[in-house]
Ligand binder design. Structure first.
Ligand code: FRU
Length: 496
């Protein structure tokens, strides 16, 4: 088939069917996510002239439902101050910036990246652009850059939000291996407020792409906490590559205080492929959700994954919430409900005892689907799903009863030779005390997302199986397990 037709239909080998990916070329972090006038904007780190990382632009897409995306022309391109690295966007409702003649409009706050004059030393400075036409065209602010700091080389990825209690804009910014907090009345001039991070959490790599937001604990309990996301760059001595940690604490408009001991490390995902995730700004209060999306790759091998015309996709958008667990307050993630609109054919089972050799899914063949299943632990030591199976390849999404852990095993998932650290088995860290085990799984040709036990254990992993590998199996090992319920939905493509 010719390339143009393949591209228009999003049917190339490995092309995700219900995840966002650029039409062509390289993508990394999600940027500038904001909801305004009925549209969710998604910008992204984009290299429009190649399928590996290169001079960064902001690619752009919009959606009315966070599921179907319309590609728009590039939002921001490099200029005299350099490339356009990661950042955020906000609605300036009251025209605090003075850009909008008293009306509201969109302001993007991003990192300009170049080098210091007559040197190779990287220079990263924060800048603004604004749009008076719903993000269709952007004007770079004439006073750029608006925030500089010569003493810090890694100084990037501003995430800005309005803090009602103090009536100020807040910027969280990655600065070396810390997060700096700045405040502003007008988005154009920024005051340093505080720094967080030294001695806290993981410092195995450079800190990047922070986000800070408040969430209720346990729904309507009345208690609220602040959550700080911090992505950690790759470091050759790490098995995991790049990944994202989070902190839970309090924020008073100036300072973030960690609730947990400094040595506590909390990861948002226990797979390998969820990085640089940040949340949407200005989701209407009547909706009330905090929704984020991550880049579904890992700096360890992102530039060499085996796709041709494009490289990388985003995770499905996820709702984040806080829940009190045995170990303390933890982040839980669930897929946005809008994705249910993609459900097509359905296979379901109720109250079955699953024994080795009985494959309830032997009649289903597909590679874009969703499974929701609830089990009661029995004598089996391991159970779960084998997907994208055939030709001696399979990916296992399972639960290990003794270790009380979910796992994804992509050791035999398909193409893996592009990087020595790709193949492998990943497991969730939290054990569950429960004997009820719930799987919510999304498979989209080249990705696996597992939301275990109502989103307490989340794992995101890329896979590159043969195109015809569509068989699946519900398996148990060394005994039986009770299946309370299982729903399997084939999911429609968002592109056709
Ligand atoms: C994170 C990151 C950011 C930076 C961008 C450059 O993946 O390294 O810190 O702004 O990618 O593309």
């Amino acid at each position: 088939m010719n390339n143009v037709i393949e591209k228009q239909n999003y049917i190339e080998k490995y092309r995700p069917q219900f995840h966002f990916s650029p039409e062509s070329n390289w993508m990394n972090d999600p940027n500038g996510m904001v909801y305004y006038n009925g549209e969710y904007h998604l910008f992204y780190q984009y290299h429009p002239n190649g399928t590996t990382w290169g001079p960064m632009h902001w690619g752009h897409a919009v959606s009315k439902d966070l599921v179907h995306w319309e590609h728009l022309p590039i939002g921001l391109a490099p200029d005299e101050h350099g490339m356009i690295f990661s950042g955020s966007a906000v609605v300036d409702w009251k025209d605090s910036s003075g850009f909008f003649d008293g009306k509201s409009g969109l302001v993007a706050i991003f990192t300009h990246a170049d080098t210091y004059p007559d040197s190779n030393r990287p220079r990263q400075r924060q800048s603004l652009a604004y749009s008076k036409d719903n993000g269709r065209t952007w004007v770079k602010y004439e006073g750029n850059p608006v925030l500089t700091e010569e003493s810090i080389t890694d100084f990037r990825d501003p995430k800005v939000f309005w803090h009602y209690e103090t009536n100020k804009w807040i910027m969280v910014l990655a600065a070396g291996q810390a997060i700096r907090i700045y405040t502003s009345k007008n988005l154009t001039s920024w005051d340093f407020a505080s720094e967080f991070g030294e001695g806290h959490g993981s410092h195995q790599g450079v800190w990047e792409c922070p986000d800070l937001f408040q969430l209720p604990v346990d729904g309507n309990s009345g208690q609220k906490k602040w959550v700080l996301f911090v992505s950690i760059g790759d470091n050759p001595s790490l098995q995991e590559g790049s990944r994202t940690q989070y902190f839970i604490g309090n924020f008073d408009g100036n300072t973030f205080v960690n609730d947990n001991s400094p040595e506590t490390i909390l990861w948002i995902d226990h797979g390998r492929d969820n990085y640089a995730g940040v949340s949407w700004s200005d989701v209407p209060a009547e909706d009330g959700r905090r929704i984020y999306i991550g880049w579904m790759s890992n700096w360890r091998y992102a530039n060499v994954t085996p796709t041709k015309e494009w490289r990388s996709a985003m995770t499905i958008p996820r709702v984040i919430a806080l829940k009190t667990t045995d170990e303390g307050i933890r982040l839980i993630q669930t897929p946005i409900r809008e994705i249910q609109g993609l459900r097509n054919e359905n296979t379901s089972f109720r109250n079955e005892v699953v024994v080795p050799g009985l494959n309830l899914l032997s009649n289903v063949e597909n590679n874009t689907f969703e499974i929701i299943a609830e089990f009661e632990i029995g004598s089996a030591t391991e159970f779960g799903f084998k997907v994208c199976k055939q030709n001696n390849e399979e990916t296992i999404i399972g639960y290990d009863v003794e270790r009380k852990k979910f796992f994804v095993d992509r050791t035999k998932s398909g193409e893996a030779a592009f990087h020595e650290s790709f193949a492998g088995k990943h497991e969730s860290t939290q054990g569950s005390q429960n004997t009820r085990i719930k799987f919510h799984v999304f498979v989209d040709r080249s990705s696996i997302e597992l939301f275990g036990n109502d989103g307490e254990s989340v794992m995101t992993d890329l896979i590159f199986p043969k195109e015809e590998n569509k068989q699946m199996e519900l398996f148990v090992k060394n005994g039986e397990v009770k299946l309370h319920s299982l729903e399997l939905y084939i999911l429609k493509s968002i592109w056709r």
